[in-house]
Design a protein around this ligand. Structure first.
Ligand SMILES: [Zn+2]
Length: 89
């Protein structure tokens, strides 16, 4: 399905996948020893937010390679901006 990249349907589907992924052992293990991917701050499990490196609005997918742990602050600041824009700003 490459024709609906970045559309509401795409975002909705990928968000549903993210919800599933939050229930996995993989995510639990990531949260247990997490730091923020962007600012490198060590995080407690309850501080961890799930962030899509390539935002869903930019055609990103919910795959393990596109998911990182981030602090709330960086997650909010980044939002839908592209990672490269964010890291260069
Ligand atoms: Zn951070």
């Amino acid at each position: 399905m490459l024709d609906d990249i970045g559309t509401e349907a795409h975002i909705k589907r990928e968000k549903a996948k993210a919800k599933q992924l939050r229930r996995t052992r993989w995510w639990a293990q990531k949260r247990a020893a997490a730091h923020c991917f962007y600012c490198r701050t060590p995080l407690l499990p309850e501080q961890v937010t799930m962030d899509h490196v390539v935002a869903l609005g930019q055609g990103g997918h919910t795959t393990k390679s596109n998911i990182v742990t981030a602090c709330h602050n960086c997650n909010q600041t980044k939002k839908d901006r592209h990672i490269v824009d964010y890291l260069l700003s």
